[in-house]
Design a protein around this ligand. Structure first.
Ligand code: AMP
Length: 315
């Protein structure tokens, strides 16, 4: 099934304790589409400036991403720079955000994109997320959304109006707490579900993720990684794995949603092992399957059957 993503395509300058990159390819839609394309046909809607290198268009195309909807306009590409805390990869400081060509971006979807069965509104101005949602001709089977503090803090009203119209929302622990002003993620997820999305996925970095789906709560661990290089884009690759799996399998059963969360965790684990999409460019589909099996092995244990008991102290 077709998967459409709208989001940022960027030049990122990132520094972590493992090194740094200047003007590396990044952006929420860039990461998402490269990750999801392992599983399904993805199309990208976004904008870049005249300074955007041909080699990154080719990189997307070689990964199988349809870039008919990636506009190139006069001006500079969206730029973001950030620095990670040397002692804690969960602490990131945004140094600069230059919206550039994103400021005047008004996406126009082609007929094929207007009829996509799966839609992902990646992290971008909620106004643009709404414009894409409004242009859909047939209601997608699933609309999912991701965002970040930049939009939560200053565009709360626009963001809330998109959230009302999506099926699935991805937020990290800090984002959901700040958006809902609640300090417990279960309470926060309940609050968000009341706004509209029936599935809320809370990402907790190296501590995995929790999915709240109607009454079903499912947790996925993060795949243990010994050397994290750069966590930038891990959330987008995570969402790419999740949506890519759903779109590729076209199965929305609770079991399939659980598998999608494991695939998400696997894709996030590859993303952090290199700057930009450097690691993703080296992996194969069977590397992904190996980690999927690995997580299964790490998390299975025998159930407590009817006649089984746990040891009990005899007093
Ligand atoms: P993540 O590490 O999952 O938060 O994703 C980081 C990616 O998001 C980087 O590649 C940035 O280019 C992109 N990004 C940073 N700030 C924004 C923003 N305000 N809106 C959309 N994308 C952004």
């Amino acid at each position: 099934m077709s998967l459409l993503v709208v989001g940022t395509v960027a030049y990122d300058s990132v520094s972590t304790k493992s090194g740094s990159r200047e003007n590396a390819p990044g952006g929420s839609a860039f990461y998402f589409s490269i990750s999801s394309s392992f599983f399904t046909s993805s199309s990208l809607v976004g904008v870049v400036g005249s300074d955007y290198s041909e080699k990154y268009f080719s990189m997307l195309e070689k990964s199988g991403v349809n870039i008919d909807g990636l506009e190139k306009v006069d001006g500079e590409t969206f730029r973001w720079s950030g620095k990670y805390n040397d002692d804690d990869f969960n602490q990131r400081e945004t140094l600069e955000t230059h919206l550039n060509v994103l400021e005047n971006f008004n996406p126009t979807l082609n007929t094929s994109n207007k009829n996509s069965k799966y839609l992902f509104l990646a992290n971008i101005d909620p106004k643009i997320q709404n414009q894409v949602l409004d242009q859909m001709q047939t209601k997608p089977k699933i609309v999912a959304l991701d965002t970040m503090n930049f939009w939560i803090d200053d565009h709360q009203n626009n963001l809330s109006s998109v959230i009302e119209n999506v099926d699935i929302i991805f937020m990290d622990e800090n984002e959901i707490k700040s958006f809902t002003k609640k300090d417990n993620i279960i309470t926060a997820a309940k609050f968000v579900r009341q706004l509209g999305p029936r599935i809320v996925i809370v990402k907790k970095g190296e501590h995995g993720a929790i999915m709240f789906n109607e009454g079903d709560i499912f947790t996925a661990p993060a795949f243990p990684i010994e050397k994290v290089i750069d966590p930038t884009g891990a959330g987008d690759c995570f969402a790419g794995g999740f949506m890519g799996y759903l779109s590729g399998s076209d199965d929305l059963s609770p079991q399939s949603l659980r598998k999608a969360l494991i695939v998400a965790s696997v894709m996030g684990s590859f993303a952090v092992e290199g700057f930009s999409t450097e690691k993703l460019a080296q992996i194969t589909h069977s590397d992904i399957e190996d980690r999927f099996r690995g997580i299964h092995g790490m998390t299975t244990f025998e159930p407590l059957n009817n006649n089984d008991t746990l040891p009990k102290r005899i007093s």
